[in-house]
Design a protein around this ligand. Sequence first.
Ligand SMILES: Nc1ncnc2c1ncn2[C@@H]1O[C@H](COP(=O)(O)OP(=O)(O)O)[C@@H](O)[C@H]1O
Ligand SMILES: NC(=O)OP(=O)(O)O
Length: 313
Amino acid sequence: MGKRIVIALGGNAILNDDPSPQGQIEALRYTSKQLIELIKQGHQLIISHGNGPQVGNLLLQQALAKSDKNPALPLDTCVAMTQGSIGYWLQNTMNEAMVEAGLHHQVASIVTQVVVDENDKAFSNPTKPIGPFFTQEEAEKAAAETGEIYVEDAGRGYRKVVPSPKPLTIVEYPIIKTLIENGYVTISAGGGGIPVKEVPHGYKGVEAVIDKDFASAKLANLVEADYLFILTGVDHVYVNYNQPNQEKLEAVTVDQLKKWIDENQFAPGSMLPKVEAAISFVESRPESKAIITSLDNINALFAGGSATVVLAG
Ligand SMILES: Nc1ncnc2c1ncn2[C@@H]1O[C@H](COP(=O)(O)OP(=O)(O)O)[C@@H](O)[C@H]1O
Ligand SMILES: NC(=O)OP(=O)(O)O
């Protein structure tokens, strides 16, 4: 029986070594072919994706090009722009894959706003890495010149960090749910969604980048998903990751994961938010499951393979 699955696409699924538009489309073309297999099996797909590298690059372009007649655009607008560009590429590659597979589902990207609390302490403590990686020397120079904050990102180099408030709700979720229930494949909450605050009569953008794993967990709760799939660069979450005694996690409970979080087993800015997002989803829907694995492993998983499966309890 078909399941309702929110799929959060991580860096590897939307970007490879070639950051050109054509390179990103190629990455999405490969990803779409994998995702189609789930549609063939009768599952409903609610796709979301990251934008960390893309939104950071777009901000750099704003700074380089800005003039009185061509002002730099604020961060919430840059999130909307990357949500739009990645959604545009992905809906086309999904449609292509659908036609090749002889399927007739239609795909829609939804400009998605995510409500945050303007008093979230994240605004005074930026932690979300975006954009390219720099050496320590380059990062120190950029920080001195711009006042921006750069931090070391999970052993991979230095990156600019921006505020990343927690998602409270998703403005367009009733529309997304209606589309899914009518057989459409949706792409929404891209880049964690456009961060907005509630104001009288509507919403106003705030400068931040929401973590797409937390936004996807919120989306999965709101659309009453059976599964949240968080796709990333590894087939499993590990304890003692990259050490001789590393151990892959298969079926794990929330209580076990919380113990390992207390032992700092998961790197902040990379695996920790995924684990926390998985926990928040299964805590909000204890009958559902969250799965952390790679894109290439999902079809094997449905055929009896192994991944990190997070269960309530
Ligand atoms: N404990 C861990 N278990 C597995 N992977 C980990 C762990 N800690 C850090 N990682 C790294 O975190 C990466 C996922 O984070 P990241 O690349 O930032 O996410 P995304 O795929 O969303 O872009 C994995 O590919 C792996 O290299
Ligand atoms: N917005 C966001 O979390 O993007 P990444 O997953 O690319 O960091």
